[in-house]
Design a protein around this ligand. Structure first.
Ligand code: GRF
Length: 199
């Protein structure tokens, strides 16, 4: 599988995936390109340091269609057949999702379907849940709503802040994303309705 990873910022999940690929934990996966919609994303540098082709395609100055068309043309040129969203802060259009139907993964810092959208960790704290976590799922047209591949639970402590909870979840995100990606790349799963089941 040829992977394309889309980021907007720090890129720690992208680094976790890159390190897992390099360690041989995701057999059959090769990262062909990292694309950021932000020129100054720290993740671009981190990718380059790992010898991965990294490209900024800014949204600014382009229509959404132009922006996505450019991303798609880079993905096609790099022969990408599986996309990982890793802190990519833009919604993908139906046309984009259709072009990679069932082949786009995302990681979200909550136990979906709880707390989709922005600031999931803040939402969890404000709701008062005692456990949160992270979810890797397939991307469909609805926000943070596609079939769930993998989840991990993280406790919420009484003295947590958004920062401390986010940091605890992030540690699990890195492991969960690599595991979920390894499963998808292996092809050893089937989707029954919304359920992603290991074979
Ligand atoms: C992570 O918390 C991820 O779950 C969310 O955005 C954050 C990105 O962090 N979608 P990073 O850029 O991977 O460090």
């Amino acid at each position: 599988m040829n992977l394309g990873i889309l980021i907007s910022g720090r890129g720690s999940n992208m680094v976790a995936l890159a390190d897992a690929v390099r360690a041989g934990s995701i057999p059959g996966a090769e990262i062909r390109v990292v694309i950021s919609d932000k020129m100054n994303a720290a993740g671009l540098q981190a990718a380059a340091e790992r010898g991965i082709i990294s490209i900024a395609i800014e949204r600014r100055g382009r229509t959404r269609e132009e922006h996505e068309r450019e991303i798609l043309s880079v993905l096609k040129a790099r022969e990408v057949n599986l996309i990982c969203l890793a802190g990519y802060m833009r919604l993908l259009s139906c046309d984009f999702i259709e072009a990679y139907r069932g082949r786009i993964l995302n990681i979200h810092p909550s136990l979906l379907p709880a707390f989709p959208g922005m600031d999931a960790q803040r939402q969890a704290l404000e709701h008062g849940v005692k456990f949160s976590g992270c979810t890797v799922h397939f991307v469909d047209e609805n926000l943070d709503a596609g079939p769930i591949i993998e989840q991990r639970i993280v406790p919420v402590h009484d003295d947590d802040t958004v920062e401390t909870l986010s940091a605890r979840i992030l540690v699990e995100e890195h492991k969960t994303y690599a595991e979920a990606l390894a499963l998808v790349v292996s092809g050893k799963y089937e989707t029954v309705g919304r359920r992603v089941i290991r074979k």
